[in-house]
Design a binder for this molecule. Structure first.
Ligand code: FPP
Length: 249
């Protein structure tokens, strides 16, 4: 798997989403605490961000912490949040040098206030950068994102109070209308969604946006992932034929 070369001719995925799975199993296999698995996972995330930037990928969404991950022990949740904070601070110089923009997908309201603040600052500090955009899915759930979008959609309808409610609903209840209320409506849908560690499910990740994504499943645990694995996933994507529901040519 490690030796794949990305062919120059086929288009690269503009937007890649990654479900970074297998930190816990990596720790177990290496006789370490789960927290060590997350620490190794963070190192891999840094490597993959660098690789994606070098490959000129435009958008990379990393599934860091889901709306369901709060069910984990307080110790594990606290450790992951600490890693996020450390990551946001430690990588800022690297983002500046490489013009990488940080963005957030998910509900900031449910995050510990210091994490929400660091995240908002990192997003603001890198706002004008035109290189790779790294979207950290943090306190993110695909269903939650849709629910929050529908809430915003209703708010937008309420503002058009000069028109009858029925007319407002009929005119605005379109895919584009709902899409425009998602967290980051300007970001194109993911072309490629990767899940590591041999699990074949989507776990509430980019449910709306991933409607026509190509999926790639890797057996390798996230801490063992490398740039070569990313290249292999991209290479597999480039060999797919995307029809978006259309027939064979
Ligand atoms: C899934 O592995 C991993 C997570 C829920 C946490 C992901 C967090 C990181 C990689 C570190 C932070 C990264 C950034 C970019 C700030 P798991 O614990 O579910 O593994 P398992 O299924 O083997 O138990």
């Amino acid at each position: 798997m490690a030796s794949s070369v990305v062919p120059a001719s086929s288009p690269l995925p503009r937007h890649i989403g990654i479900i970074m799975d297998g930190n816990g199993r990596w720790a177990q296999r290496n006789n370490q605490f789960r927290t060590q698995g997350h620490l190794e996972g963070l190192k891999t995330a840094k490597k993959i961000v660098r690789a994606a930037s070098d490959l000129h990928i435009q958008f990379l969404t990393l599934y860091v912490f889901s709306t369901e991950n709060w069910k984990r022990t307080a110790e594990e949740v606290g450790f992951i949040m600490g890693l996020v904070k450390q990551y946001l601070k430690a990588e800022l110089d690297f983002y500046r040098e490489n013009r990488i923009r940080i963005r957030h997908a998910g509900d900031p309201g449910g995050l510990p206030p210091d994490i929400a603040r660091e995240l908002a600052e990192a997003c603001e500090d890198t706002r004008s950068f035109e290189g790779l955009q790294v979207i950290l899915a943090l306190n993110y759930g695909g269903r939650d994102a849709i629910v929050r979008a529908v809430g915003r959609w209703f708010d937008s309808l309420a503002k058009l109070e000069h028109e009858p409610l029925e007319k407002r609903i009929q005119e605005k209840i379109t895919e584009e209308g709902i899409r425009s209320c998602l967290d980051n409506p300007d970001i194109p849908d993911p072309d490629l969604i990767i899940r590591t560690a041999g699990e074949y499910r989507i776990s509430n990740f980019l449910l709306w946006e991933g409607a026509y994504a190509e999926y790639y499943f890797s057996e390798t645990l996230w801490p063992d992932w490398s740039e070569a694995d990313l290249r292999a996933a991209i290479s597999a994507y480039q060999q797919r034929e995307r029809r978006f529901g259309g027939g064979n040519p």
